[in-house]
Write a protein that binds this ligand. Sequence first.
Ligand code: PEP
Length: 249
Amino acid sequence: AGTGKFFVGGNWKCNGTKDSISKLVSDLNAAKLEPDVDVVVAPPFVYIDQVKSSLADRVEISGQNSWVGKGGAFTGEISVEQLKDIGCKWVILGHSERRHIIGEDDKFIGKKAAYALNGGLGVIACIGELLEEREAGKTFDVCFQQLKAYADSVPSWDNIVIAYEPVWAIGTGKVATPQQAQEVHAALRDWLRKNVSGEIASKTRIIYGGSVNGGNSAELAKQEDIDGFLVGGASLKGPEFAIIVNSVT
Ligand code: PEP
């Protein structure tokens, strides 16, 4: 872990029911979470209100996506203003499932990030390469290009956490090795240093996502440039998520 406060996000994706989420919230409320870690969960939109009213305030709430501009005639979308209104502090943008399944591109994601930051939300800005891109030796090129799209549009870096999530590691059980993750995190920090500023490079948290679980998080957390995690599958189990949150100590 680096010098910034450790940050662990749980991305619940399109999972859960009122009942299963009520159980997950009570498990999280019962868990001992290290105080020196920022903990955020991203429930499906329809359950945010339920989670907000039942989960301890110590855990902040994130949307899993937001609309690119002010709300209005955009059927099926959720606006930044609505996320703020319901008590969200964060939004996940650029997740690989939105890039590669829904088809969002770098420019659109950059615009979303700018709108969300201007509207007062923190942004968990996801990036990451596909397996074929890694195998073709293009990991850095792809990640830098995705990072540049954010850099080109955001008003400030104060409220951004970068999530490096290699697509081949998401939901596959194939976690990046600590060395593979560290190598990319260090390169991303170096890119920020050269293209944004030394100050932003050292203070921006870069978290890792991709098959993180209670068994592999401690080794990953030891890496110098890994400042936390974005967790999918394992965030649906309260006790295991707590182990991941506490893995920095
Ligand atoms: C994610 O979707 O952000 C993620 C990292 O998923 P998983 O932990 O299930 O690989």
